[in-house]
Design a protein around this ligand. Sequence first.
Ligand code: CDP
Length: 250
Amino acid sequence: MHDATPGYVPAVLEANRKLVVAIDGPAASGKSSTAQWVAEKLGFRHVDSGALYRAITAARLRAGGSPDEWSEPSVLAVARQVSLRPVERGFVALIRGENADGEIRGGEVTREVSRVARMQSVRDWVNAEVRRAASGHDVVVDGRDIGTVVFPDAQLKIFLVADPWERAKRRLVQRLSRRPTDAEIAEETERLVQRDARDATQTVQARDAVLIDTTYLTQSEQVERIVALARGVTSRRGATSPVDGEADSR
Ligand code: CDP
């Protein structure tokens, strides 16, 4: 006999279901680096959905023309040049089969990526790629709408926030490898706040997400919190998983 309640999953299937940890949040809230580190500690794979939006934007920039005039079909057409290559603990976004990490993290892509991310057919394409990459693995997936749209049934959802000034400072330290000046932080804060506004519709905190404000946390503290929550999930469902045994000292 089956329970016909929508969303009902028999206990035996639930225990075998792969674990999805969804990490969402605004620009430069530390999602990707945190997700990568959490995945490493849990022995999961990391999928960075933002890298796909960035790679599509870079591919469209290569094709030329003014971004104001990019049509949705022309953006979707170049999405086919983008793919994810599995690496040891996650995936790298490729353009025409080649790593373009420097290009996709650059200023021009960061400026234009939100307009691409607002196109529904592009979102559908990215979501399908992310689900395909995640399929069959325990994963940590980071983005804006992972816990609401891409994996609404994720067993653990985190929403990371931090004060914009702090986010800007962290992003600059990462980019410049030195202490930024207050003027540099102010300028970066302005850019982040503008991008947050452009991304507002797709940045949604799931109702069942755990909100973590990282303004006063070190990265290692926020990673430990998420890892502890993930271990709680696996022990509650009684599954034997790498989460229960593995720990590193990073
Ligand atoms: O790391 P950062 O917060 O700068 O951004 P990212 O995660 O690399 O994402 C780059 C852009 O992709 C964002 O500004 C959003 O426009 C878009 N994005 C999205 O719309 N939905 C996602 N799930 C992930 C990223």
